[in-house]
Design a protein around this ligand. Structure first.
Ligand SMILES: [Zn+2]
Ligand SMILES: [Zn+2]
Ligand SMILES: [Zn+2]
Length: 271
């Protein structure tokens, strides 16, 4: 059994946004709980992390993560809520005692790889790289097959990913709007046990860059129609903006009756 941990579940500004006085941010600050959302990232087992944004330290402390055990870092795109390469410079000798031979493989688009190389000396930080593009397949630690898909998002070379082993098949698709045609085609080769999908704007109608609730539901229906979802697949909405001003409870009241779970910081998914 592998565990996927949703480390963060918010868009770029987090909830509460540090300078924001919208009703949701003020409520989150006052009441805490599932309305506190850090920047979206995931950990798959002990060795694979998906995205490294500005909340890595918070995730480590909050969830007691041993980040020295990470072997692969998979980056979706270079927006600042998902990619903060400066933190990797702290792996250098003299700044961290990284166990000998504990090489971290950074997997992402050529732009992402280039940015890490410009931030720190890969050799001194014990980093290796794998450039990927739509259609790339890479074998990860634990016989996990990674597949990259083109996203519909503002940042250049934005990707989303599938993770497949003999036991499970998982899709993590944020940040993206309605998928490009080539991604829909490639997704026909998969039947997912669990899907985590961008639902950034909920009741705001949005189809490009991110998804609102209607396109989120339509996207799941399309996945089901083309055979990319197993019958009892777990469906999770994630990467929520504070801007539509919906609390966790309000998100649940719309999504739960539709058979969809609302992602939150600390949610664990058993695969
Ligand atoms: Zn984002
Ligand atoms: Zn706010
Ligand atoms: Zn983004």
């Amino acid at each position: 059994m592998t565990k996927l941990l949703i480390c963060g579940s918010a868009a770029a500004e987090a909830v509460p946004g540090v300078f924001c006085t919208c009703p949701l941010c003020l409520k989150a600050l006052e009441e805490g709980g599932k309305d506190i959302r850090s920047r979206t990232a995931y950990q798959l087992g002990e060795s694979i992390r998906i995205d490294l944004g500005p909340d890595l330290f918070y995730h480590m402390v909050k969830f007691g993560l041993r980040l020295d055990k990470l072997r692969e870092l998979v980056i979706t795109h270079n927006h600042r809520d998902h990619f903060y390469p400066d933190e990797l410079a702290n792996r250098r000798q003299g700044m961290s005692k990284v166990p000998e031979g504990a090489v971290l493989r950074v997997i992402g688009s050529p732009i992402v790889v280039e940015q890490v190389k410009n931030t720190t000396d890969p050799e001194k930080s014990l980093l290796k790289f794998e450039s990927v593009e739509h259609g790339s397949k890479v074998m990860l630690h634990g016989d996990v097959e990674l597949t990259a898909f083109q996203a519909n998002h503002g940042a250049p070379e934005s990707l989303f990913y599938a993770f497949r082993t003999k036991e499970y098949s998982l899709l993590i698709a944020n940040d993206t709007g309605w998928f490009p045609d080539q991604s829909w085609d490639l997704l026909k080769n998969f039947a997912f046990d669990a899907v985590i999908l961008d639902c950034c704007y909920m009741h705001w109608d949005q189809r490009h860059g991110h998804m609102g609730g209607d396109s989120f539901i339509a996207c799941l229906e399309e996945l089901r129609k083309q055979g990319s979802l197993k019958e009892n697949a777990l469906l999770v909405a994630n990467h929520f903006s504070h801007n539509p001003n919906l609390s966790h409870e309000e998100l649940c009241s719309w999504l739960t009756p539709r058979g969809i779970e609302v992602g939150f910081d600390g949610m664990e998914i058993e695969l």
